[in-house]
Design a protein around this ligand. Structure first.
Ligand code: GLC
Length: 389
């Protein structure tokens, strides 16, 4: 294979980016799924490090790993009901356990625990529910003997980079068309050269020519990944958010539930990413048996119902928009078509926008298409006749 230089590679990506990214840009809303041995431990996804297990000691969770049949289908059904258009699954997190039938990494869900290929079940479920398929793949690995030594020993770095290529080659070869490769935590090395990302990503793209890749193998690739905050940028970006501002992986305590989002807060995030031309990747951390967290089902289902009626205000919009009258409302826009999102629905049947100079042609209720009466003068626009809810 002839490898492009960094500048040639980036030029080639730029030339094909719109064609590759259009579905993703229009999709807008994805579901992140953090599921692995850490879900069994139940103290979030960094438990192996934060509780200082050694490799052999942590391995006991591999035998206890027991996803119930149909778990991945439950995730996909929830994602679909929530109005998500793609999902990203942690195929192997920092703990180094592969959720697929890996010939490269024997520490996997076919050799241990359920003796099943969870990645296959995930891919099948995504296809059944017509969701884009994303594979999260950790660069950092706390189990692999070279995962740490790669920082100081060139031989270890070569072996570990070969391992990373082999793992991701399996993932992108054995499960049909994959849409997103979602790298995470390029530690302990600090350069794309050290990780051999330029060569590996070109090889992986040759296997999956349409795939889109995030920026966490230390090359810019296709999109940025602000984490825990909605931070717009000029390039394509996707804000990844935990469910509770606390953890990506499951925490086995009912005390976590109160921190979760309600539908309104999720919609407010969805508005912000839409108005700023980005995506939202909202996480769930399934329980040890793979069940979706009960506290997430209600709000996500409600968001999906809202999107059923008002999805035109979110999906496919590529024009940025500003705050209509900040704080209590925001807008999204396609050319001269503006959606006004009233976070606090006026219960007197009307809302007013000050300083709205553009002559309004028509006001409509998105959910029904019904025309609404309005008044507009040089100072303000008032839309009337709103329904109670
Ligand atoms: C951080 C966390 C990692 C999590 C990732 C999700 O990198 O360390 O555990 O999977 O965020 O973006």
């Amino acid at each position: 294979m002839n490898f492009l230089s960094k500048s040639e590679y980036e030029a080639s990506l730029a030339a094909t980016r719109d064609e590759r990214m259009t579905w993703w840009r229009e999709a807008r809303f994805g579901m992140f799924v953090h599921y692995g041995l850490y879900s069994v431990r139940g103290r979030m996804e960094w438990a192996m490090a934060l509780e200082n297990y050694d490799v052999a000691d942590y391995e006991k969770y591999a035998d206890k790993f027991a996803p119930k049949p149909g778990a991945a289908r439950e995730w996909a059904a929830l994602a679909k009901n929530a109005g998500c258009k793609y999902m990203v699954l942690t195929t192997r997190h920092h703990e180094g356990f592969s959720l697929w039938d890996s010939k490269v990494n024997p520490y996997n869900s076919v050799n241990y625990g359920p003796h099943r290929d969870i990645v296959k079940e995930f891919v099948d479920a995504c296809r059944e529910f017509r969701l884009g398929i994303g594979f999260y793949t950790s660069v950092m690995d706390w189990r692999h003997p070279d995962g740490r030594d790669c920082a100081t020993d060139p031989e270890a770095r070569k072996r570990y980079n070969d391992y990373l290529l082999a793992l991701n080659t399996e993932l992108l070869t054995n499960y049909g068309k994959i849409d997103i490769l979602w790298y995470d935590v390029p530690a302990p090395l600090e350069s794309y050269e050290g990780w051999d990302s330029l060569r590996r990503n070109q090889i992986l793209r040759s296997i999956q020519p349409h795939i889109i890749i995030n920026n966490r193998s230390l090359l810019d690739e296709d999109f940025g990944t602000p984490e825990g905050e909605i931070k717009p940028s000029e390039r394509d970006w996707e804000a990844c958010m935990t469910w509770n501002d606390l953890s990506w992986g499951y925490v086995d305590s009912a005390q976590a539930a109160p921190y979760g989002y309600n539908a309104q807060r999720i919609l407010k995030m969805l508005w912000r990413v839409t108005a700023s031309r980005g995506n939202l990747l909202l996480n769930i951390g399934p329980a040890p048996d793979g069940s979706v967290p009960a506290e997430a089902v209600g709000p996500l289902t409600k968001v999906g119902q809202w999107l059923e009626e008002n999805g035109d205000a979110v999906y496919g919009l590529r024009d940025g928009s500003s705050d209509a009258n900040f704080w209590i409302r925001g807008t999204t826009r396609r050319k001269n078509h503006v959606w006004v999102w009233n976070w606090i629905w006026p219960d007197d049947g009307e809302f007013t926008l000050g300083g709205y100079k553009t002559k309004l042609l028509e006001a409509r209720l998105p959910a029904t298409g019904e025309s609404l009466p309005f008044e507009q003068d040089k100072a303000r626009l008032t839309v009337k006749g709103l329904p109670k809810n």
